[in-house]
Design a protein around this ligand. Structure first.
Ligand code: AMP
Length: 420
């Protein structure tokens, strides 16, 4: 009877050789840029307490109300983290990172989980890189975060991207705005989509996010948050824009940008790409001055961003941007006979110790089959070893690309490889 075949869960993908090199290339750029900006890496567990995410991200958000993967075990309720800002905030409070002095500049890369309906650019396990700058309310911090995010995309060479910018104000500005929005939408409530009607009481700002036609026609003339910002929020926003101009970072103001997460205050931004189709957001972020307190810490201002790696890959693919080299071995050792194989096991170690990548045959195949394998793997060089080579101490060193061979002692081969 045929066995059941196992498969990945819907919306979860294996990253296979051929792809994983691209991932490593992107991750290396992120880590290198983090070094340049002096952000330190933080790695938090993929499982968190459900309550942390509910409180941190917000009960009324789509993430918490519909998309969490949760389970219970004993007394504890676990959630697969749907994002990493609340976990980083938790770690900041739990480990008293504020006592290290100054601001904390942290970055992360890792898998996140949301039970969304999978489609292109939307998975149930996806990967984010992101950064958090905790402990400063200065607009310089907002711009540092935006600069860091943009620098990564610049290095990768992504074009056709737009930075959208808004300020969602402090709670006071938002309360006033909320009231204004409700007053504006109230007479049209019955004409709004069902989802928007549900959001009317709880979170009217999210109506602005709606893509439904029946909402769009009202959203177009809705009052704008920018008209309800307090003086301080206005000057913070103006300073963020001034600094972005100073750095030559182009942006488009979008007063309808509210983002799906509840914890944002003041600056909100999103980076979109025209090469992504309907899921056009590469990443986004903003200021979240209330989150640290919400998860049990002292009031601490902070700002951060999170970006999707899958979406970055899709955009690069549609623009034909190469992501690093393929991982071909530098050397393939071809052996004939047991003695040669024994020699190769030691020689390959010496080659690798110089930082050169090397591989060999692991199943005693014929020379012809090994040569074919070396070609298939696109090895740059082959070293051919049999009994006679071991006797004379001269080995065939073959340049696979040029199809040229010479007989050389092993030391010479090593030197050639090192200086190749
Ligand atoms: P968010 O945490 O919702 O602000 O998302 C930040 C970024 O993560 C988005 O702009 C996307 O690039 C990426 N992202 C969010 N959800 C998903 C998903 N389900 N699948 C793939 N990427 C996602």
């Amino acid at each position: 009877m045929a066995q059941n075949r196992f498969q990945t869960h819907h919306g979860m993908k294996d990253i296979l050789p051929g792809e994983s090199e691209k991932w490593r290339y992107v991750e290396d750029i992120i880590k290198k840029t983090a070094r340049e900006f002096h952000f330190s890496e933080i790695r938090t567990p993929v499982l968190e307490q459900t309550e942390l995410i509910a409180r941190g991200v917000g009960q009324l958000t789509d993430i918490v109300s519909k998309e969490m993967f949760t389970f219970e075990r004993g007394e504890d309720n676990y959630v697969l983290r749907p994002e990493c800002t609340a976990p980083v905030a938790r770690a900041f409070v739990e480990h008293h990172l504020d006592q290290r002095g100054g601001v904390q500049k942290l970055f992360y890369i890792g898998p996140m989980f949301r039970a969304e309906r999978p489609q292109k650019g939307r998975q149930r396990q996806f990967h984010q890189f992101g950064a958090e700058l905790i402990g400063s309310s200065d607009p310089i911090a907002d711009v540092e975060i935006i600069r860091f995010m943009m620098r990564i995309y610049e290095k990768i060479g992504l074009k056709n991207i737009t930075l959208q910018l808004n300020s969602v104000g402090n709670p006071e500005s938002r309360n006033n705005y909320r009231e204004a929005l409700q007053n504006y939408f109230r007479p049209h409530l019955n004409e709004l989509s069902e989802v928007s009607q549900a959001r009317f009481e709880t979170n009217p700002m999210r109506i602005l996010d709606s893509k439904e036609d029946e909402d769009q026609k009202w959203v177009a003339d809705a009052p704008l948050i920018t008209d309800y910002l307090s003086e301080e929020c206005q000057s913070h926003y103006a300073e963020v824009k001034r600094l972005l101009n100073e750095l030559g970072i182009p942006y488009t103001e979008n007063p309808l940008l509210v983002r799906g997460l509840d914890y944002y205050t003041r600056t909100a931004f999103e980076l979109t790409s025209t090469d992504l189709g309907s899921q056009d957001a590469l990443g986004g972020g903003g200021r979240y001055d209330l989150l640290i307190e919400e998860v049990g810490g002292k009031p601490t201002p902070a700002v951060g961003f999170a970006s999707g790696i899958e979406r970055l890959m899709i955009a690069c693919e549609s623009l034909d941007i190469p992501l690093g080299e393929n991982d071909f071995p530098d050397v393939y050792i071809i052996t004939r006979g047991d003695k040669a194989r024994n020699w190769a096991v030691k020689a390959i170690d010496q080659i690798r110790n110089t930082g050169i990548s090397a591989t060999m045959d692991y199943s005693g195949r014929s020379i012809k089959a090994q040569m074919k394998d070396a070609n298939r793997q696109e090895a740059t060089y082959a070293v051919i070893v049999g009994d006679s080579e071991l006797e004379t101490g001269l080995f065939t060193f073959r340049n696979m690309k040029e199809s040229e061979e010479e007989l050389l002692p092993f030391e010479k081969i090593l030197q050639k490889l090192i200086h190749a």
